[in-house]
Write a protein that binds this ligand. Sequence first.
Ligand SMILES: *Cc1c(COP(=O)(O)O)cnc(C)c1O
Ligand SMILES: [Zn+2]
Length: 470
Amino acid sequence: MAEKAYQICINPDCGETLSVDQVIFSCPTCGSLFDIAYDWDRLAVPSSLEFFEHRWSTKGLNVEGRLDFSGVWRFRELLQFVRPEHIVTIGEGRTLLEENNRVGAEVGMKPGCLYLQYEGLNPSGSFKDNGMTAAFSLARALGRNRVACASTGNTSASLAMFANKTDPPMQGIVFIGSGKIAYGKLSQALDYGALTLQIEGDFDACMRRVKQVSDKLGIYLMNSMNPFRLEGQKAIMYRVLEARGWEVPDWVIVPGGNLGNCSAFGKAFMELHRLGLIKRIPRLAVINATGANTLYRLHEKDGVRWNGGRYDQQKVKSLYAEFDSTGYLPHTIASAIEISRPVNLPKALRALEVMNGVVREVTDEDILEHKALIGRYGFGCEPASAASVAGLRQLLREQVISPDEQVVCILTGHELKDPDATVKYHTGIDMKAITPPPPVPPKGRFANTPRKVADDLETICAALGEKLPD
Ligand SMILES: *Cc1c(COP(=O)(O)O)cnc(C)c1O
Ligand SMILES: [Zn+2]
């Protein structure tokens, strides 16, 4: 392979490679996921992490400064898959690592040991912006002008914001199901002008359709399988290190949904270690909700391990078969992690191996208690994010983590994403139980109403203003 960056199938028995401009998200040979790989020997990489510090003083100065302003692209030497002129950035990743001793004391940590990484401070209010900037840059390099995803949550909010801000703008297309809609997040997609299609069906139906439609109409797909998103999310770990004067913490704790974030963290540390930029790798704790605990069950109960890429797929298949036969649906207040078949499962198993990780599950009650704790003594976060601190308390109780270790909890989304959960916690009022009055037709000049469409390919293409190609 001649290119300095390329895609490689993560299955070691396969090793299929693609160039970065091939838009294929599951391996045509074995069905596994792709990773972005670099020929580091042929790329200019700084010899120490301190190199990146000078970019704080050049941010915003010139073309390069536009990139220095970004909390993702100021580390661009560590994600060299796109030319600088194609990079789409909106000032993502300007987030904060806070030493929080009051939350720390509440859960049983010694002073100076607990750090909270507020990814809710991103432009669209969640860590997803770290990944979107990377995937949008690639979409622009490929000359794509329409992008799509299936999600009712932060992915669609982030996609809609980036689509709108790209110059020239791209058309953002968001597929939502007719089930639960998280209004805080949906409202963003509508406000940013994404074409929002409400499919008569559940999330799985949306996922299936968005893949088909993207394939048929040449729309660039931004769902969780897109490996370029994970490249951008590596930067969350670079910033954690930067904020700690490049000192590696003992633990990183993160909520797990589709498992893209923990996978990206594992890849970040694997690469930094290989490049000799860090001497040791922190441990990882991925926290599931008890109502959506697939990774917990597979890793902790069934003992599934990455095993050099030859993980026990039979155990995964039989768990999913059990889901099918029992009609299991995930259920948690933390809607951002309400996922039963995490797309990035194999990569997460790899991250757990690289980072000597553990997985835990926490109840919705725990999540809400810890969300309130973070709100009381910190800047707040959405429910899913609080799983990290709830998980920390549990790991302290089990003495897996000790109170004098350096721990970083990733707070993935902003407090205001889900005010209903907060109001309900503090007042007992369940906004979802209140029957709203019938809708009146929207009159605003910018009104962008979701379009209801049948779960049917031809109808969906028509809603996008196109005919279904033969
Ligand atoms: C997407 C999301 C998660 C889950 O991240 P994964 O990478 O899917 O595991 C957690 N919290 C918030 C707020 C999110 O938006
Ligand atoms: Zn393969």
